[in-house]
Write a protein that binds this ligand. Structure first.
Ligand code: SF4
Length: 336
């Protein structure tokens, strides 16, 4: 990880460039052109301060982030690798997929506004609890207040890697400003087809935007670097959630990744889809085992060397489905 004084200098430069965007907001591809200091009228429904639902230790991310091997519902293992990913769930979203499992916070905007100092305090608290990293979930629309909070947190001793856990719907010039600040990029690449991305996320340009953003992320963090306990220190992991009935689009996503990155790229194939919120009728069912296996098989045939494949229990059990109305949104059952 870059030393924190260099990070702070990068943050200051990024803020100089990005902060003015908020008064006529063009921070993401939606380009709503609203004054975020006055109204929450953009697609993300967000003002100029961060709002969040919760900050917690998360045990269901990829093992290199959460520190758990052989995850299973109701049994998250014991021993040295169980400290969790220090995850902050931000309110609002710039993409808003109809099937979002986090719809309570992404669509319904549940959560509370926090000052930069409070957000920094959440980060430092997660570090004190032993988190391996600070995992920013849906940071795109809140990149400015996040950077302001990071400046405070680094001054007060934040020293664990920073994970940018994004839906992938990003502007490349914003991602370029994050060089030297983000340690681990964790973007989705949700769709290849403009028709599919328009139907489920109202963004026909999703692939064009996400593919460019991910290529820039790869330039910044090409290699997944692990420590002696197999915990990520830096790198890029591309996530792809397979949707029921949409395996053709998933296969096209894999073809594109294979054609544009080395086979050593880290790729996480997710089976945990559940129909949530406004999921259209054609995706009103969980993914089948056959659909998931077809995509995994294709990834193996293409020769990807660093695949994260979810155990069967992730497809069949609801332990990864959050309810942000509960004090503990996930149903971890950790052994004491
Ligand atoms: S960050 Fe929000 S307000 Fe700004 S362009 Fe994106 S969706 Fe619109």
């Amino acid at each position: 990880m870059m030393d924190t004084s260099k990070k702070v200098a990068r943050i200051e430069r990024a803020l100089e460039a990005l902060e003015p965007f908020e008064t006529d907001c063009i921070l993401c591809p939606r380009e709503c052109r609203v004054d975020r200091r006055k109204v929450k009228a953009g697609v993300c429904q967000s003002g100029s301060e961060a709002a969040l639902s919760c900050a917690l230790l998360h045990y269901g991310e990829e093992p290199v982030l959460s520190g758990l091997r052989d995850c299973a519902a109701g049994d998250h293992g014991e021993g040295r690798n169980r400290r969790g990913s220090g995850t902050i769930f931000f309110t609002g979203c710039n993409l808003k997929c109809l099937f979002c499992q986090n719809y309570q916070i992404s669509w319904l905007a549940q959560g509370r506004t926090v000052s930069h100092e409070e957000l920094a305090a959440f980060m430092l608290s997660l570090q004190r609890q032993g988190a391996y990293n600070i995992n920013l979930v849906s940071p795109t629309h809140l990149v400015v207040p996040i950077l302001k909070a990071l400046k405070i947190a680094y001054a007060e001793g934040l020293a664990i890697p920073l994970v940018y856990n994004s839906n992938g719907y990003e502007k490349i010039d914003v991602v370029e400003r994050l060089a030297g600040i983000i340690d681990i990029y964790l973007p989705d690449l949700k769709y290849r087809s403009p028709q599919v991305s328009k139907k489920y996320s109202g963004a026909a340009d999703y692939f064009g935007r996400a593919s460019l953003a991910i290529q820039e992320m790869f330039v910044q963090q090409p290699d997944l670097v692990l420590d002696e306990n197999d915990i990520a220190r830096q790198g890029l992991i591309i996530r792809h959630l397979i949707l029921p009935g949409q395996t053709e689009d998933s296969l096209a996503v894999l073809d594109w990744i294979a054609g544009n990155f080395p086979r050593s790229i880290s790729l996480s194939l997710m089976s945990q889809y559940r129909p949530c919120f406004r999921a259209p009728e054609d995706i009103q069912r969980p993914l089948s085992a056959d659909e998931y296996q077809a995509v995994v098989l294709k990834a193996k045939k293409l020769g990807f060397e660093n695949l994260f494949i979810q155990p069967e229990v992730f497809r069949t059990d609801d332990h990864l489905m959050p309810d942000f109305n509960r004090p503990e949104p996930f149903r971890w059952k950790l052994k004491k």
